[in-house]
Ligand binder design. Sequence first.
Ligand SMILES: *Cc1c(COP(=O)(O)O)cnc(C)c1O
Length: 408
Amino acid sequence: MTLKSLPSDMHTDTLAVRMAVDKSQYGENSEALYLTSCFTQPDAQTSARRFSGEEDGYTYSRFSNPTVTSMEKRLAALEEMEACIGTGSGMSAILLLCMSTLKAGDHVVCSRSVFGSTLKLIGTELKRFGVESTFVSQTDLVQWRAAIQPNTKLLFAETPTNPLTEVCDIQALADIAHNAGAKLAVDNCFCSPALQKPVRFGADFVIHSGTKYLDGQGRVIAGALCCTEQMARDAFIPFMKSGGLTLSPFNAWVVLKGMETLGIRMEAQSARAMEMARFLESHPMVQRVFYPALPSHPQHTLAMHQQAATGVGLGGAVVSFEVKASSPEQARQRAFHVLDATQLMSIATNLGDVKTIITQPASTSHGRLTEEQRQAAGISQNLIRLAVGLEHINDLKTDLLRGLDTLK
Ligand SMILES: *Cc1c(COP(=O)(O)O)cnc(C)c1O
């Protein structure tokens, strides 16, 4: 049976729906889920060639699997990068990056506002293997430049950050990295490629937690690392084979199907988040709102420039805000009151779901920090994070007003 291959020069929206490995002989319209741990070989010679890498072909699913390949091809296309490697989680994508590009004696410069587990991995775990790191301000380029050492091999950033939505200048960081002979990795979890493509601003590696917006419906844990063909072949695939950070075909399939609706979800969720941000800014009990698409955001112009893959700058779906409070005790009590008064939103610590999630970062994602560290990071007790989903905006506003209008 002859199968149509994709015409060249397709738009992102089309690739998000169509990019995959070839259909099987049955011509399935929805991509097949290959739940198999190994693949039979036509003969011993072919088997030998495939195992030695002389010939392409599937052998064992720790190395590669057609469903995982479909997910990788689709995400690489969305990120406008040559290659993508699916991993079991977002954290294992970061581990793959570090294990494959760093060695004892190397140095990493990392934003101090990145995801908590990333801070721990780079700052604590890698240190045991002789990799040093310096943590710097998300937004102060002077600090990034000053942190560079002769042995600096990697700069790591995430933009916007969780939960304060601080935005870093990807192009400026890429220039600093490349001038120092280092590489820049960007965790693109919050925007997803629907809004932001870090490679356009010079990033060398793009990290994803597929768990978030790529899946989009909070079903699976998954991750990915996007890079050049050469880096995939020479550094990452060899480590994947022995390191076994493999993405399960089932989870890859869920993320693959999630990407089909990524663009419209990100636009719709960004629109709701924008309306929510404006609404919160005008509420008398709200002290401050953190959202990149608001003109009051300190890096608003930069964010709208970087997050404009759809043609217009969009803020993404995460909005944080502080309720007014006059003491730390009242701050915590008031934040808890707003969470507890909701009847619709999920009290949980995740994002990227079509179900709106409400969190108090100080007692959850940032709960292991000391009060001093939290204050240095700007995570106050009265800070609340919303990961806005797809419910009707009026129902979401009403749900927040239950708490905001009854604060004591
Ligand atoms: C969730 C998250 C991760 C880690 O992803 P997992 O899939 O949970 O391992 C990394 N970076 C960011 C920004 C995240 O939000």
